[in-house]
Write a protein that binds this ligand. Structure first.
Ligand code: GLN
Length: 533
């Protein structure tokens, strides 16, 4: 999945590299998923072919129907019973997102499998929400695409119980009744999912349209035995959600300007979880997030030569931001621009957050301009160069590039010398934290002493103390680099700590936020991820 074509690669606890939608489900439902929760055509075919090679089909002809369609259903049923949160209970409901568009060549076996599953599950056990788009052309809301899509999906054997219509503006009553008529549903079964000022208000919009009751009726959820404690937790979560996401304008205390210096910025989805984490942080600081997208290459000398206006505009955006974020990335393109951005943040005491590649960039910058290693670089950028302060440190495989990075949840130990750390305080002064990883290169242990002597603190390391996980600068408002990707664990009601600290420092409220984080951490456990939503 190329980030510029497909958006961010999301990483799970178990190291599964999956579609970014899984991130949305983890964030909205406060659940922890595994690689098994993402089915792809490739995975299903591989599974069926392996079964065939083992002889599981006993010489029968292997076909899309029934073998692929059966395998899809079996996979879903198996995964549906795996606990996804700290209650360790079997889930009552499994959400299946059947992606793509009806009629896609790729999705045909999946549509057929769902149609079979629907019949097997029976009434009250399967509810289909059909998602469609209602465009507005010359002021007129057009229902035709929805009509055609519903007709096609019914033809394929799937019958919508609810039709969720994406639209920019509220739908007219006439539009809704037309969609109900052609979709063969009641008017109440049409949900008008219009654009909201914030995406976090969409659950409130859906509740207003009676979705909770529709789901309870459609899936016979009223018969479930739910403990009073869980019901109370749900009520509290919902109240907190509404209070946080639905603030009155006078509760918002101005804007925080964050510049994101990246290399895949043409497609904002490439940084989906990064943006979400910044949004979570900004909401907790009661600030509007103004995110400025900056192509790292535009900060480089070559842009000054080819397009001076672009170069100066990029530098203007960098210099006027309240905080500078360099996210993850691969390859050398744009890295000199990122190094300039990190230098500017360090020298001008502007909050800086470096994620994965962004941390490596900060280390290279520091090595070059403070520790006196003028040609410091990364092995990823220049093979065979002399001062590689970032090197290839494989855990498993040097040869195969697919799926062999250092992936998934790993522990980071705060070091003894880190009592002063702003980031550690945000984590509630925990000594060990768990975050998700996705990288191949790391800080070269041979340079640690030299860099530390020059003033860079490596305050978090892995279990063995060999891999550098966190850097921080002492006499700086907030200069943090992390080798992991904390954005994968950020939640609306429990924002990722490195991001929260970064946004708060940029907004000028780090002290207040740190105090609050220390109080709430006492009740939450490591990272606070499991306890709070
Ligand atoms: N390219 C770097 C590495 O492999 C950083 C990876 C990342 O930012 N996710 O280590």
């Amino acid at each position: 999945m190329n980030p510029k074509e497909h958006g961010e690669v999301f990483v799970l606890d178990d190291g599964g590299e999956v579609d970014l939608d899984l991130g949305n489900y983890e964030r909205y439902l406060n659940i922890t998923l595994t690689r098994e929760n993402n089915i792809t055509t490739g995975k299903i075919y591989k599974h069926v072919i392996e079964k065939e090679r083992r002889g599981d089909y006993l010489g029968k002809t292997v076909q899309v129907v029934p073998h692929i369609t059966d395998a899809i259903q079996a996979w879903i049923e198996r995964v549906a019973s795996v606990p996804v949160d700290d209650t360790k209970e079997t889930p009552d409901v499994c959400i299946i997102e059947l992606g793509g568009t009806v009629g896609d060549i790729e999705s045909a076996p999946f549509v057929e499998a769902m149609s079979q599953l629907r019949r097997r599950a029976g009434r009250g056990n399967f509810l289909q929400v059909h998602v469609s788009y209602v465009p507005v052309i010359n002021g007129e809301q057009k229902t035709k695409p929805t009509q055609v899509a519903v007709r096609d999906v019914r033809h394929a054997g799937l019958i919508p119980d609810l039709i969720a219509c994406r639209c920019e503006k509220p739908l007219d009553a006439g539009t809704i009744s037309k969609i109900a008529h052609f979709g063969i549903v009641e008017v109440e079964q049409v949900l008008a999912v219009r654009d909201m000022p914030s995406v976090y208000q969409v659950p409130i919009l859906l509740e207003e349209q009676n979705l909770v009751n529709l789901l309870q009726d459609g899936l016979h959820l009223r018969d479930l035995q739910i403990s009073p404690a869980l019901i109370q937790k749900g009520r509290t979560t919902w109240a907190e959600w509404k209070a946080l996401t639905n603030k009155a304008p006078q509760q918002i205390l101005g804007r925080v300007n964050i510049v994101l210096v990246g290399k895949y910025i043409e497609l904002h989805d490439s940084y989906m979880s990064v943006v979400k984490s910044l949004e979570h942080g900004a909401m907790h600081c009661s600030k509007d997030l103004n995110l400025v997208w900056l192509d790292a290459e535009h900060l480089e000398k070559k842009t000054l030569e080819s397009d001076p206006a672009l170069y100066h505009k990029a530098w203007h955006n960098l210099c006027t931001a309240d905080g500078i974020l360099t996210p993850g990335g691969f390859g050398v393109r744009g890295t000199e621009g990122m190094i300039s951005a990190a230098r500017w943040a360090r020298e001008n005491k502007r909050p800086y957050l470096g994620i994965c590649l962004g941390m490596q960039i900060a280390v290279i910058e520091f090595a070059r301009h403070v520790a006196g290693i003028a040609d410091a670089t990364s092995q990823e950028f220049v093979e065979g160069s002399e001062n590689q302060v970032i090197i290839f440190m494989p855990e498993i495989d040097r040869e195969n590039l697919g799926g062999t990075m250092r992936l998934g949840l790993r522990s980071t130990h705060f070091q003894n010398n880190s009592d002063w750390s702003k980031l550690r305080a945000l984590y509630g002064s925990e000594s060990v934290i768990l975050e998700r990883h996705r990288h191949r290169y790391e800080v070269n242990p041979a340079y640690i002493e030299r860099l530390e002597a020059a003033g860079l603190s490596f305050i978090g390391k892995d279990d063995k103390g060999e891999r550098m996980e966190i850097i921080e600068m002492k006499d700086h408002p907030y200069f943090v680099g992390v080798q992991f990707h904390p954005e994968y664990l950020s939640r609306v009601l429990n924002p990722s700590k490195p991001y929260l600290g970064f946004v708060a420092a940029s907004a000028g409220c780090l002290d207040k936020i740190t105090k609050e984080a220390m109080v709430s951490a006492k009740s939450d456990g490591p990272n606070g991820v499991q306890g709070a939503f």
